[in-house]
Design a protein around this ligand. Structure first.
Ligand code: F6P
Length: 317
C-alpha cells in the first residue's frame, strides 16, 4: 500500500471539503493510505499530518471552507523548512502529494519536488479563476452564485430607492468574477483591471438614462481596478447626480454551501489527480479546458498570467 497526502494552500474555496471527501474515498478504493496535512505547507513543516478515514469526511460535503485548514506559508519558501517538510513526509512513507491551491502555491511545490522527489499533483482552487492553463478553478461557481444572490438582494433595495449601488467583487487583479457577474446580473457598469476605462465616457449616457426615468444603477467593480469603490460611488453622486452606496462583498464570496457544479468538479479533479499520480504523471497540475481534463506542467501554469476569455470580454461593450 502506498501513502498519499492532501493539503489546502492559499485562499480557501467552497469545494475543498467535497474534494477531501473524494480524496479519502477514492484513495481507499485504489488501495492507497490517505493522509491529511493540516494548515497547508505550515502543517508539512510542523508535522501536522494525520491518517484520514471515512469518519473524518462524513458530513463535510455540504460545507464551505476546508476541514483541514489552509494557510499562506512564508516558511515554505525557505529551503531549511522544505527539508523539514520532506523529513516529515518520509517518516510516514508519503511519496505522493495533492495540493489544492492557486498558482503561488504550485510554485513552491515545484521547488519542493525538485529538491525532494515527492510526486505531486496540483488542483487549481481559487475563486479568482486566474490560473493559466485551466478554464475552471474549484470554488468559482459557488462564489459566482453567492455574488448573484447578494446582487439580486441589493437590486431589491436599489429599485426601491433612487440610488446607485457600487458592488465590489474579489478577484485580486483578475476581473473574471466581476465580468461574469456583470453579464449575468444585468448591471449598468462593469469595471475590471483588464479593460482600460474613462468614467467620463459614461456621464452623458447615464445622465440621459436618468432623465428618461431610470431610478437606479448597479455597478460591478473588481477589487483590482485603479479607483476604490468609494471613489466610484462619489463619481455617481457628483457627476451623475444620484445618491450612491457601496457594498464590498468581501469574504462572503469565499464561503457557503458548495454548488452542485463545485461538488462534481471536486470529485472529477480528485479522481483525475490520483489516477495521474498512479500513472506516474507527477510534477503537474490537473487542468480543465475545452478538451476536458488534462495535465499541464507547473511551468506552463505558473509562467504566464491568465488572460480573460475573449468571447466574454467581447460582450462587455
Ligand atoms: O485569492 C483569493 C482571494 O479571495 C482574492 O480574491 C482576495 O484578493 C484575497 O484572496 C484575499 O485574501 P485574504 O483572505 O488573505 O484577505
Amino acid at each position: 500500500m502506498s501513502n498519499i497526502a492532501i493539503l489546502c494552500s492559499g485562499g480557501d474555496v467552497s469545494g475543498m471539503n467535497p474534494a477531501l471527501k473524494q480524496f479519502v474515498e477514492y484513495s481507499l478504493q485504489k488501495n492507497l493510505k490517505p493522509y491529511f496535512v493540516y494548515d497547508g505547507y505550515e502543517g508539512l513543516i510542523d508535522n501536522n499530518i494525520k491518517a484520514a478515514s471515512y469518519c473524518d469526511v462524513s458530513g463535510i460535503i455540504t460545507r464551505g471552507g476546508t476541514k483541514i485548514g489552509s494557510a499562506r506559508s512564508k516558511r515554505f519558501m525557505e529551503k531549511k523548512y522544505r527539508q523539514i517538510a520532506k523529513k516529515n513526509l518520509d517518516k510516514l512513507n508519503i511519496n505522493m502529494l495533492i495540493v489544492l491551491g492557486g498558482d503561488g502555491s504550485f510554485r513552491g511545490l515545484d521547488i519542493f519536488y525538485k529538491e525532494s522527489g515527492i510526486k505531486f499533483c496540483g488542483i487549481p482552487s481559487t475563486i479568482d479563476n486566474d490560473i493559466n492553463g485551466t478554464d475552471y478553478c474549484l470554488g468559482v461557481d459557488t462564489a459566482l452564485n453567492i455574488i448573484k444572490t447578494s446582487i439580486d438582494a441589493i437590486r431589491d433595495t436599489a429599485s426601491s430607492f433612487k440610488r446607485a449601488f457600487v458592488i465590489e467583487t474579489m478577484g485580486r487583479d483578475c476581473g473574471y468574477l466581476a465580468l461574469v457577474t456583470h453579464l449575468t446580473s444585468g448591471s449598468e457598469l462593469c469595471l475590471i483591471p483588464e479593460i482600460a476605462y474613462d468614467l467620463r465616457e459614461y456621464e452623458q449616457k447615464f445622465k440621459k438614462e436618468m432623465n428618461n426615468g431610470r431610478r437606479y444603477f448597479i455597478a460591478i467593480i473588481s477589487e483590482g481596478i485603479k479607483e476604490n469603490s468609494q471613489e466610484i460611488a462619489t463619481w455617481f453622486q457628483e457627476k451623475i447626480g444620484i445618491e450612491s452606496r457601496v457594498s464590498i462583498l468581501g469574504h462572503i464570496q469565499r464561503g457557503g454551501n458548495p454548488t452542485v457544479k463545485d461538488r462534481l468538479m471536486a470529485y472529477k479533479f480528485v479522481v483525475n489527480a490520483i489516477d495521474g499520480l498512479l500513472e506516474d504523471k507527477h510534477e503537474s497540475v490537473i487542468c480543465y479546458d475545452r478538451f476536458g481534463f488534462n495535465f499541464k506542467s507547473i511551468e506552463e501554469v505558473t509562467s504566464k498570467k491568465k488572460t480573460l476569455d475573449k468571447e466574454l470580454l467581447s460582450y462587455i461593450k
